[in-house]
Design a protein around this ligand. Structure first.
Ligand code: SAH
Length: 223
């Protein structure tokens, strides 16, 4: 029996190594990002019936109409969040849209000192907490159930903010909670299409860069 278990674990590991090799070919070049993706057991973040597809480069359903983003999306958002500078620029990071907690786990494997993640659906928030217990790292992310549009003013300012659901406009409270020198990565809906944006907050204001097309579930907010 333990043979089967080991066999399956090794199989997942092999698929994960292949996934990371594919991501490197697709333009993910930061070693920290590739090594974080190599160390998170993505199959533990999806339902059992979907585990065999966990390392395919595809989004998968999480239930409640939500999805786990495809690995490339998580990788590129993480790489954009880091930018080209040293990783220790990011001391305090906020994620909006915890979902199953996979992106949170990747941030955790970058050993960032402070990670916060907000999810509005309680069921997913609770599930993400369980999933993240399976990931060992020095930093423990703090998961919050609530409306991420509002951010976490009591923990601000953040050096990095990553939004994994698409709003129609940049949420103003989140812009305000970004530190000077900080960076926000988010998808923005424009009609029927979405684009991934990077917003840098500088002493002179904001610098906005459109990166590429994107596909996310909508950011839902009462605010
Ligand atoms: N980060 C996830 C992606 C989850 S999908 C991953 O790693 O795969 C986006 C998530 O954003 C969904 O779980 C959805 O419920 C959540 N969401 C949507 N609007 C939100 C809001 N206003 N505040 C917090 N979470 C929100």
């Amino acid at each position: 029996m333990s043979l089967t278990r080991h066999g399956r674990g090794a199989d997942y590991e092999l698929r994960r190594i292949r996934m990371v090799a594919r991501l490197a070919q697709m333009g993910i070049h930061r070693a920290e990002v590739l090594s974080a993706l190599a160390s998170v057991p993505r199959h533990l973040f999806v339902e059992e019936a979907l585990r065999s597809r966990a390392y395919d480069d595809t989004a998968l359903p999480l239930g409640l109409g939500q999805t786990i983003s495809q690995p490339y999306t998580v990788a590129i958002m993480t790489q954009l969040l880091l930018g080209e500078g040293p990783i220790n620029r990011l001391r305090r990071v906020l994620e909006i849209g915890t979902g199953c907690g996979y992106q949170t786990a990747v941030l955790q494997m970058l050993w960032l000192p402070e990670i916060y993640s907000v999810e509005r659906l309680r069921l997913l928030h609770e599930r993400a907490k369980r999933h993240l217990r399976a990931v060992r790292s020095a930093s423990a992310p703090r998961l919050v159930c609530g409306d991420g549009y509002l951010g976490l003013p009591e923990r601000a300012p953040f050096d990095g903010i990553v939004i994994t659901a698409a709003p129609g406009q940049i949420p103003v409270p989140l812009l305000q909670q970004l530190a000077v020198g900080g960076r926000m990565v988010l998808p923005l809906s424009e009609g029927n299409t979405q684009f991934l944006w990077v917003i840098d907050k500088t002493t002179d204001g904001y610098r906005e860069t459109c990166v590429q097309e994107a596909l996310f579930v909508p950011l839902v907010s009462d605010a």
